[in-house]
Ligand binder design. Structure first.
Ligand code: IPE
Ligand code: IPE
Ligand code: MG
Length: 236
């Protein structure tokens, strides 16, 4: 059996292009994209993955037209409210990462509720990145770190520093999948992805499916993750 990643993170890109190619408004792509999250979660669980993280809205996405931003915020709220019961039944722990306090109050409330209601679970971990930006995460981490007078800045280790990141309770992603052909991270988990394997597919997120996901997992299984070391089998 091939190696299975513990933590897979998704950059769900291409909703707008998927819709436009069909003569539909962009929001139809977002709506369809939300249903894909549920399907992918089921497959992730089935394959033995423990953590799935979805980049749903970047800090920079607030620069989109107000109507699109409002649509997305409502979609996230509805998604969390509707899906909350299933998450509890399936014992899935929910977390959100990002500048959550800048989100609409109703959405913050839904996030807080679901985070609390699922806090006792450990079987599978679902994380949504909402108003997330890696640079902003780092700036805030440094600010909070400097407020802590007990920190010995001169002897700081990565393990100390990562306690100040939104992802402090999550392992680093092993595999990052980006749909829709763009080969960039767009300010997503920049530090946590230091040794992540990257997988890009041209498929737009609303068309991403089991077959595509299994291909990505299979591809991950063939990668040699050296983490700076040399292959054990190398003998000079
Ligand atoms: C990803 O799809 C969803 C969000 C960023 C919210 P896009 O909306 O970026 O779709 P494209 O890239 O414009 O096709
Ligand atoms: C990245 O997609 C953010 C999400 C998937 C939520 P974007 O569509 O915002 O990224 P760029 O603008 O193409 O880099
Ligand atoms: Mg995009």
């Amino acid at each position: 059996m091939s190696r299975i990643p513990v933590h897979v993170a998704f950059i769900m890109d291409g909703n707008g292009r998927w819709a436009q190619a069909r003569g539909l408004p962009r929001h139809e792509g977002h709506r369809r994209g939300a249903t894909v999250v549920k399907k992918i979660l089921r497959i992730a669980e089935k394959k033995g993955i423990k953590y799935a993280t979805f980049f749903a809205f970047s800090s920079e996405n607030f620069s989109r037209p107000e109507s699109e931003v409002n649509f997305l915020m409502n979609l996230f709220e509805k998604f969390l409210k509707k899906y909350g019961k299933t998450l509890c039944e399936k014992e899935i722990r929910f977390r959100a990462i990002g500048n959550l306090w800048q989100l609409p109050f109703n959405l913050q409330f839904a996030i807080e509720n679901l985070t609390q209601n699922t806090a006792r679970f450990d079987r599978f971990h679902l994380t949504m990145a909402l108003n997330y930006g890696a640079r902003s995460e780092v700036i805030q981490a440094i600010g909070n770190l400097l407020k802590n007078k007990d920190v010995d800045v001169g002897n700081l280790t990565w393990e100390d520093f990562e306690q100040y990141l939104y992802t402090k309770d999550l392992p680093d992603p092993d595999l990052i999948i980006r749909t829709s052909g763009e080969q960039r991270l767009s300010n997503f988990l920049l530090l946590q992805s230091a040794y992540a394997e990257l997988y890009f597919t041209k498929t737009h997120w609303p068309d991403f499916n089991e077959e595509e996901f299994l291909l990505a997992i299979e591809d991950y299984g063939t990668r040699e993750r050296r983490m700076g070391k040399i292959n054990d089998k190398t003998n000079d």
